[in-house]
Design a protein around this ligand. Structure first.
Ligand code: GDP
Length: 459
């Protein structure tokens, strides 16, 4: 199996995070799990019951007292026999226990191997397995909830329904092909075209939801720019919501970038302050400018803060955006913020959407207009109406859904224009494969290996 490990051996890993903690969990999966647990606890374990046990090492010394649970396969997370040791959260203790398990025949698990086994044994599909990793790495409450919905199968179920509809449609068309003398009438008199169009509409809707889910997990990367004293720091402070944690990195040279992480109504946001973006002869400053340009190239939008209380920012928003894009050799979307509207007298929150640039009047000092900026940022990311139905999705899911749409459109075309049933059936087969890539039915071992290697060890 290219990229995948053999699933016949027993794996072991510390499932809880590194460092000291109240409780630490070590997990085993595979046919030797129960035997190892019996040796270390010196007792038989009743399935799915928490046992308060003495846990021994291989010299029969007491290592710890803790809870031990046995989940015999196939009714376990991985589908195999699983054992969990809930010990005191000492890294040294857990390492010692892990070594004991290894000496009794278990192998150290690689990243994502438990989830990979759950997938291989049909306990979860690939989109659900990915949702586990997305849940663990989620950086805001909304993205965490979306990943949790994907994990429970919200996304997979919709993919499964579309897959089944495609299977039955293909079977119908292929049956018509098998009886060529009746083919034309059979297809002309049936509702095949409507069924393809219904599928097209359903995939389009699912793609739109998946795009939201992708944006929600990935969040937005914003660059904040503007002259000194324009109000950039004041705006950063306004944007930070009480519940979000802020991490400020200020390492390295004085010309380094400042990065803040926050959430706007649940959407994870990274803001990079690129103050000091100007040409210079100083090599350190030049390095800072180079880094700022790189950040701008990978950002979703720039917030261009102008001090509207002084005469210097009277250019129109499009001119300001053009100047910024020229200076940074980028074509990044721009939002111009007319700051200090409490001094300039402009109406706070008022938005002006020009062809490519949006201008908003704000006061970073009082906070007026900042809510309108939040609305605008969510709308620009397609996330204005966040509810309780979002699920997380990844770039590869969007890619597969887009290819699926192309195949369905082509199938519709082959049938409606050329009555080419065989070509239409082939396009439907491709569409089916593309959906199967999402759930993992048609996914190469190499891609599976890549996906699971990005998980953490013990998951
Ligand atoms: P930065 O250099 O761009 O980060 O600008 P700061 O956020 O440090 O702001 C520079 C000065 O302008 C500070 O004295 C702020 O209090 C003031 N300031 C920022 N925003 C506003 C605003 O909307 N109205 C008023 N009146 N003063 C502001």
């Amino acid at each position: 199996m290219d990229g995948l490990r053999s699933a016949s051996d027993t794996i072991a890993a510390i499932a809880t995070g590194a460092g000291e903690a109240g409780v630490g969990i070590l997990r085993l999966s595979g046919s030797a799990s129960q035997k190892i647990a019996t040796i270390l606890t010196k007792r038989d374990l009743t399935p799915r019951k928490a046992h308060y046990c003495v846990i021994h090492d291989l010299d029969d010394s007491v290592l710890d007292r803790g809870l031990v649970l046995s989940f015999p396969g196939p009714d376990s997370f991985t589908g195999e026999d699983v054992i969990e040791f809930h010990c005191h959260g000492s890294p040294v203790l857990l390492d010692t226990l892990l070594r004991c398990c290894a000496q009794l025949g278990a192998r150290y698990a690689v990243a994502g191997e438990f989830s990979q086994r759950a997938f291989m044994n049909g306990k979860i599909d690939l989109a659900q397995a990915e949702a586990i990793a997305d849940l663990i790495s989620s950086s805001s409450e909304a993205s965490m909830r979306a990943a949790s919905r994907s994990l429970t199968g919200v996304f997979s179920q919709q993919i499964g329904e579309l897959f089944e509809a495609l299977v039955s449609l293909r079977a119908f068309i292929e049956a018509a092909i098998d009886f060529p003398e009746e083919e034309i009438d059979f297809l002309a008199n049936s509702d095949v075209l409507e069924r393809i169009q219904t599928l097209l509409a359903a995939v389009e809707t699912l793609l739109a939801s998946a795009k939201k889910g992708r944006a929600l997990h990935r969040g937005l990367k914003l660059v904040i720019a503007g002259a000194p004293n324009a109000g950039k720091s004041s705006l950063m402070n306004q944007l930070v919501e009480k519940q979000s944690s802020i991490v400020t990195e200020r390492a390295g040279t004085t010309r380094d970038l400042i990065r803040e992480r926050l959430a706007i109504r649940g959407l994870p946001i990274e803001i990079v302050d690129t103050a000091g973006l100007r040409e210079s002869d100083d090599p350190i400053e030049r390095e800072g400018v180079k880094r700022a340009r790189e950040e701008i190239r990978s950002a979703d939008r720039v917030l261009l803060v102008c001090d509207d209380s002084i005469g210097g920012s009277r250019e129109n928003a499009e001119e300001l955006a053009e100047i910024f894009r020229g200076e940074t050799s980028s074509d990044i979307p721009v939002t111009v913020l007319r700051n200090k509207c409490d001094l300039s007298g402009r109406t706070p929150g008022k938005q002006l959407s020009l062809s490519e640039v949006t201008e908003i009047n704000i006061s970073a000092l009082s906070g007026e207009g900042v809510d309108d900026l939040r609305d605008h940022l969510l709308a620009a990311a397609g996330l204005e109406n966040l509810g309780n139905s979002e699920f997380s999705a990844r770039a590869r899911h969007l890619d597969a859904l887009e290819r699926c749409l192309l195949s369905l459109r082509s199938a519709e075309n082959q049938l409606s224009r050329y009555s080419a049933a065989e070509l239409a059936a082939e396009e439907l087969r491709l569409a089916q494969e593309q959906l199967g890539e999402i759930s993992g039915r048609f996914t190469s071992d190499q891609l599976l290996g890549e996906i699971f290697s990005q998980f953490c060890i013990g998951k």
